[in-house]
Design a binder for this molecule. Structure first.
Ligand code: FAD
Ligand code: UDP
Length: 389
């Protein structure tokens, strides 16, 4: 038996980092963390670009949660900058362009319709659903009231359908309803993208937060290591570097990859990012601008809004292009495509994993779920509660 470590954690993203910390600190275990990338932090990793701007290499990450446990936990490893994310949809209007708050809310409504019509619609919406209610676009389109349905059609056309086709290659009614429900129509004047109780950005960035999470005498982190080259799942048990490993193994990579894709690939969407640096203080009006009707990219994020970095005369923005994940070298599986067929395929991989009682699948990839960071942190804490009982 390999006696150097009690636990093996594969992946140093939110799932792996929180779990490793818990196993070492609360469980007194010696933990080996293997991470394929050259850095920790998973998709939440951030770093400074050549212009000195703090960027998010794998897509914009804003922390938000209603879980006091998760917020308090992560607050041990970072201070926070109070940041309330706001997003606008940038849409063509004649020869000009217009920006509307997203989620589409009462402010968006008043910007689009003449005052009398907007007031009448507002009244109807509030009577039908109640103030401060979040109504999904699919629900709104089912309204029995023709004027509410007409509004729903407007929002569907101007905010949802084209963006969703760009992001998923499918229309809103064809994808998991929980996906568009993330961005409901909001019967409120609150223009924030999230309404969670706790939200913000790690004051010095995500990477230092992850480094502190993993900084523990009983945690060893090896980056640039593909764990699947060192791990073997055999009938007799799990081998690490060819030696039986009887300790806990927490795997946060893709479930199909762990088993050599033996039942076929789990479908994902991947993203291509382009970064552009401009010699101006600020380049766009908000942290994120969604291009909901045209352009090839889905959205543009300007990091300085998120991070609050003070750096006059220079800024970096990022455009996101979504496409089908093929598994080609260098591609990253970013979004699981949740539907009954894919969930059934995932269940076959999960059943395989369950054959090893010391092997646990944890995280957005390993669980094939559309999880935000806080949900992953909560999952990691709960799994460790269970394992350390
Ligand atoms: P990951 O971050 O993917 O980490 C898994 C790690 O495992 C990776 O570092 C990977 O390299 C490693 N790994 C995989 N296989 C192996 C192997 N064989 N050997 C060694 N290492 C391996 N959430 C929010 O809360 N707010 C946001 O604003 C937000 N924005 C997002 C924007 C985008 C574009 C995307 C794609 C996601 C966003 N998320 C956001 C979700 C967030 O990224 C995830 O919830 C979180 O990163 C999941 O953590 P994880 O540890 O499960 O997975
Ligand atoms: N969405 C949309 N238009 C928007 C914003 C979101 O159609 O302006 C839909 C789209 O289907 C998207 C989903 O809502 O994939 C969830 O959006 P969110 O911003 O939560 O996605 P993420 O940040 O996870 O990419």
């Amino acid at each position: 038996m390999d006696s150097r470590y009690d636990c093996l954690v594969i992946g140093a993203g939110m799932a792996g980092a929180v779990a490793a910390r818990e196993l070492a600190e609360r469980g007194g275990r010696r933990v080996l963390v293997l991470e394929r990338r050259a850095h920790v932090g998973g998709n939440a990793y951030d770093c400074f670009d050549k212009a000195g701007v703090l960027i998010h290499q794998y897509g914009p990450h804003i922390f938000h949660t209603n879980s006091k446990r998760v917020f308090d936990y992560l607050s041990r490893f970072t201070a926070w900058r109070n940041y309330q994310h706001q997003v606008v949809a940038n849409i063509p209007e004649g020869t000009e362009r217009m920006e509307l708050p997203v989620p589409f809310n009462l402010i968006s409504l008043r910007a689009v319709f003449p005052p009398e019509q907007a007031a009448a619609l507002e009244k109807k919406l509030l009577a039908a659903y109640g103030p401060e209610r979040k109504v999904t676009i699919l629900e709104l389109r089912e309204s029995a009231d023709p004027s509410i349905r007409a509004l729903a059609d407007y929002v569907y056309e101007h905010v949802f359908v084209h963006y969703t086709v760009k992001q998923w290659g499918q229309r809103p009614e064809e994808i998991d309803p929980a996906t568009t429900a993330r961005v409901p129509v909001f019967l409120s004047e609150d223009c924030r993208y999230f309404q969670d109780e706790y939200q913000g950005m790690p004051l010095e960035g995500y990477t230092p937060m992850f480094q502190r999470l993993l900084d523990h005498p009983d945690i060893t982190v090896e980056t640039g290591v593909d764990a699947l080259e060192r791990l073997e799942l055999t009938e007799e048990g799990i081998l690490l570097d060819g030696v039986p490993f009887g300790g806990l193994v927490l795997y946060t990579g893709a479930a199909d990859e762990l088993f050599g894709f033996r039942y076929g690939r789990l479908p994902y969407r991947t993203l291509d990012f382009t970064f552009e640096t401009y010699p101006v203080d600020n380049w766009q009006s908000h942290g994120t601008v969604n291009y909901t009707m045209d352009q090839e990219y889905t959205r543009i994020t300007e990091f300085k809004y998120l991070t609050g970095q003070e750096l006059p005369g220079v800024t970096t923005v990022m455009k996101e292009y979504s496409r089908a994940y093929t598994g080609a070298a260098g591609e990253i599986p970013y979004y699981a495509i949740i539907n009954a067929e894919n969930n059934a395929l995932y269940a076959r991989y999960k059943a395989e994993a369950d054959r090893w009682s010391n092997l646990h699948l944890l995280g957005r990839l390993a669980e094939y779920k559309y999880y935000n960071m806080d949900a992953i942190a909560a999952r990691a804490l709960e799994l460790c509660d269970e394992l350390l009982k």
